[in-house]
Design a protein around this ligand. Structure first.
Ligand SMILES: *Cc1c(COP(=O)(O)O)cnc(C)c1O
Length: 364
C-alpha cells in the first residue's frame, strides 16, 4: 500500500516552504514584548485613506453575495488609467497568484524557466511545482545580468521572470536594457515583468513595458495594490498583457479569485491619488533619512528603488536579525537567499525607522 506522501506530486518535496515575515503578535507573545515593529514584509506603514476605508465598509454590507468575478467596475477604471483595453487586464488574489497562473499556463515538465538569483521566492516555488527546469542566473553587483540570462535562452524557454525592481536587491533594469533584451527573446517565450514596486520607482530610464507590449506581445506585466497602496491584507494585484495571453490565464483563474471588499478598496484607491502621492513623498524622505544615518554609521547598503533597503551588516546576518528581534524589531534575514551578511529592512514610519536605526546601533 502506498501512503499519501508517496503519491503526492513529487515536485512538492523539492520546494523549500516560503517563510513569511514574523507577525507582530507572534513576536510579542513569544518574547513577552510590549512594543514590536515589523519592517520585514515591505508593507506600507500607513493605513488606507478615509475614502478607501469607507468604500470597504460599504462593500462589507454586500458580502453575502459572491464578488463580481470579472471585476467590471475596477477593470474599466484601471484600463482607462493605464490606457489599455479592458480585456488586456487580469486581476489576482495578490499579484502572487498571477505568477503562479502564468507558470501553470505556459510551463510544464521538460520546459525551461529563467530567473535571477537571488530573486523573489514565488518565481522559484511556482517553477519547481510545474516540473520545468529552472535556470537561476546570479545577479552581478545586485543587478540583473541580462546578457547571462540571454545566453540561457533556448527553444524550450517558456518564461523569463524579471522583477523590476526585484526583491530583495531593490535595483531595476532600464528601458535601453529591456529593449536590447527583448530583441533576443523568441516570440514563444513569455517575458514576465513583475512591477510590484512600480509606484515607488523614481528613475527617468525606468522602462515603459506597457508601451513595449505593442511591439512585443510576449510581454506580461504585473503590479499590485499591496505595496504602495497599502492593501496587502486584502490580496489584490493585476496583470497587463495581450488579449491572447489574458484569455489563456482567464481559463485557469478561479471564477471568484478577487473578493468584493478588495475590489471596492482598489477602486477607491484609484480615486484618491493625492493621499498616496503624499505617502510616496513621505517614504522617499524616510529613505533619505535611512541612507544618511546608515552612511554616518559606516554601514553599507544597496541604493533601492522600492520601499525596502538591503543592508550589509557584517559577517552573520542571522545573529543580527535575531538580536534585533529580541529588541522588538522584525527585519528579514537574507541568509536563506544566500546573502549571509545582509538583512532586508522595509521603510517604515518616521518613528519606526528611528527605532530601527537606534536598535541597529546597539546590536552592531
Ligand atoms: C511583494 C511582492 C509581490 C507580491 O505581492 P502581492 O501582495 O501578491 O500582490 C510580487 N513581487 C515582488 C517582487 C514582491 O516583492
Amino acid at each position: 500500500m502506498l501512503c499519501l506522501m508517496e503519491v503526492a506530486n513529487p515536485y512538492i518535496f523539492k520546494i523549500k516552504p516560503y517563510v513569511p515575515g514574523k507577525p507582530i503578535d507572534d513576536v510579542k507573545r513569544e518574547l513577552g514584548l510590549k512594543s514590536v515593529i515589523k519592517l520585514a514584509s515591505n508593507e506600507n506603514p500607513f493605513p488606507p485613506s478615509p475614502k478607501v476605508l469607507s468604500a470597504m465598509a460599504a462593500a462589507s454590507r454586500g458580502v453575502n453575495r459572491y464578488p463580481d468575478g470579472g471585476c467590471f467596475v475596477l477593470r474599466r477604471a484601471l484600463a482607462r488609467k493605464l490606457n489599455v483595453d479592458d480585456d488586456q487586464l487580469i486581476f489576482g488574489n495578490g499579484s502572487d497568484e498571477l505568477i503562479v497562473l502564468a507558470v501553470k499556463a505556459f510551463a510544464a515538465k521538460g520546459d525551461d524557466i529563467i530567473i535571477a538569483k537571488p530573486s523573489f521566492l514565488i518565481y522559484e516555488i511556482a517553477s519547481i511545482l510545474s516540473g520545468a527546469r529552472l535556470h537561476q542566473v546570479p545577479l552581478r553587483d545586485f543587478h540583473y545580468d541580462l546578457e547571462a540570462m540571454k545566453a540561457k535562452i533556448n527553444a524550450r524557454t517558456r518564461i523569463i521572470f524579471i522583477g523590476n525592481p526585484d526583491n530583495p536587491a531593490g535595483t531595476y533594469v532600464s528601458q535601453r536594457q529591456v529593449e536590447d533584451f527583448m530583441r533576443a527573446v523568441p516570440k514563444s517565450t513569455l517575458v514576465f515583468f513583475d512591477e510590484a514596486y512600480f509606484e515607488y520607482v523614481r528613475a527617468k530610464d525606468y522602462p515603459d513595458t506597457i508601451a513595449l507590449m505593442k511591439k512585443y506581445p510576449n510581454i506580461m506585466v504585473t503590479r499590485t495594490f499591496s505595496k504602495m497602496y497599502g492593501l496587502a491584507g486584502l490580496r489584490i494585484g493585476y496583470g497587463i498583457a495581450s488579449r491572447q495571453v489574458i484569455d489563456i490565464l482567464n481559463r485557469l483563474r478561479e471564477p471568484f479569485n478577487v473578493n468584493s471588499i478588495a475590489q471596492a478598496a482598489a477602486l477607491a484607491v484609484l480615486g484618491d491619488e493625492p493621499y498616496y502621492r503624499n505617502i510616496a513623498r513621505e517614504i522617499e524622505s524616510q529613505r533619505q533619512y535611512l541612507y544618511r544615518t546608515l552612511r554616518a554609521m559606516n554601514i553599507p547598503f544597496e541604493e533601492s528603488f522600492t520601499n525596502f533597503i538591503l543592508i550589509q551588516v557584517g559577517s552573520d546576518s542571522t545573529a543580527v536579525a535575531d538580536a534585533l528581534l529580541k529588541k522588538g524589531v522584525i527585519v528579514r534575514d537574507m541568509a536563506a537567499w544566500g546573502l549571509k551578511s545582509h538583512i532586508r529592512v522595509s521603510i517604515g514610519s518616521p518613528s519606526e525607522n528611528k527605532r530601527f536605526i537606534k536598535t541597529l546601533g546597539e546590536v552592531l
